[in-house]
Ligand binder design. Structure first.
Ligand SMILES: [Zn+2]
Length: 309
């Protein structure tokens, strides 16, 4: 079986975001706890004992505390069920949590060469000593089986693939440490439980749904998909910023070319939005946008949602 915990469902900044006075953030700070979300990450396991994190959000410490499956096993002075972390990009909201995993427990870090190069280039990540934390490159369209800490098989197969996206903001206008084009900056993952064959897609950042991507997702048991903004000009319309969703490499949920429309004709058993920005009205349970998303078959998860496939 494929076991999944949604550790965090929000985009960068979380809900509420520290410096944001938008209606959702104000409500989340007030008496609307149900709006609160930590930054996007999921945990997956084939055996319900050993877990892999998909991205390490800045809220990782809080997420681990809130998730019993990720606590040290009873009777061990030092232990973690987290066998590895698989990175899909190098944004702050995907890598900053690694700094909270620096206390010497062994695990394996899987990422594309371009992401590993950024980590190598930023010496603060040397707190993860390579003696404990092996860094393994992953390649586009090459499936791999992540291993447990003792080197044994995890029972999972992970296939990374390129999705239309955008490099990390903090490198905008700067040369990438590996040079070259931006292939590998934004990955989607297909994660399969090898014994049952059940699988999910994790696509937390995606600028548009190409025919290739749509064909890939057709027939999937579960898709986690980029739910950053409801409409492309959402940040501008709310006076929160000057970038569109497209400027940030994120497809909108709504609209003729949005995610809801793009996946509507596909046969997908379960569709869940992830990486939801605090500006997004779908966070409010009573909103028309939430009703529209749900009637199109999408779920808006709370942190801590557990799924068994
Ligand atoms: Zn806000």
């Amino acid at each position: 079986m494929l076991n999944v915990v949604v550790l965090g469902a929000a985009a960068g900044g979380g809900v509420p975001q520290w410096n944001c006075g938008c209606p959702n953030c104000v409500a989340a700070r007030g008496d609307h706890n149900e709006l609160r979300r930590t930054q996007a990450s999921i945990a997956v396991s084939a055996d319900n004992q050993n877990w892999f994190l998909i991205n390490a959000s800045p809220d990782l410490r809080q997420q681990v505390t809130a998730t019993p499956q990720l606590h040290p096993r009873a009777g061990h002075l030092r232990h973690s069920p987290i066998a590895g972390v698989i990175l899909t990009n190098s944004e702050v909201d995907a890598v900053a949590g690694l700094l909270s995993m620096r206390e010497g427990s062994p695990f394996t870090l899987y990422a594309h060469d371009r992401v590993l190069a950024i980590l190598r280039d930023n010496s603060i990540f040397n707190v993860l000593s390579e003696a404990n934390v092996r860094r393994k490159p992953i390649s586009i369209d090459e499936a791999f089986e992540p291993t447990l800490v003792d080197g044994s098989a995890s029972g999972l197969e992970v296939l990374p693939f390129a999705v239309p996206g955008k490099g990390a903001w903090y490198l905008e206008g700067k040369a990438h440490p590996t040079g070259g084009d931006d292939a590998g900056d934004t990955l989607g993952l297909r994660i399969t439980d090898k014994s049952s064959g059940r699988y999910l897609y994790f696509i937390a950042a995606c600028a548009r749904v190409t025919p290739d991507l749509a064909a890939r997702l057709d027939g999937a048991p579960l898709v986690f998909f980029d739910g950053t903004v409801w409409r492309d000009d959402e940040l501008i319309a709310q006076g929160l910023g000057h970038k569109t969703g497209q400027n940030m490499g994120h497809i909108a949920m709504s609209g003729d070319h949005g995610a809801v429309a793009a996946l509507a004709q596909l046969n997908v058993e379960r569709k869940i939005f992830l990486h939801i920005n605090n500006s997004n009205p779908v966070l409010r349970p009573e909103s028309a946008e939430r009703a529209a998303a749900e009637s199109a078959g999408w779920q808006i998860p709370a942190d801590g949602m557990e799924i068994t496939l």
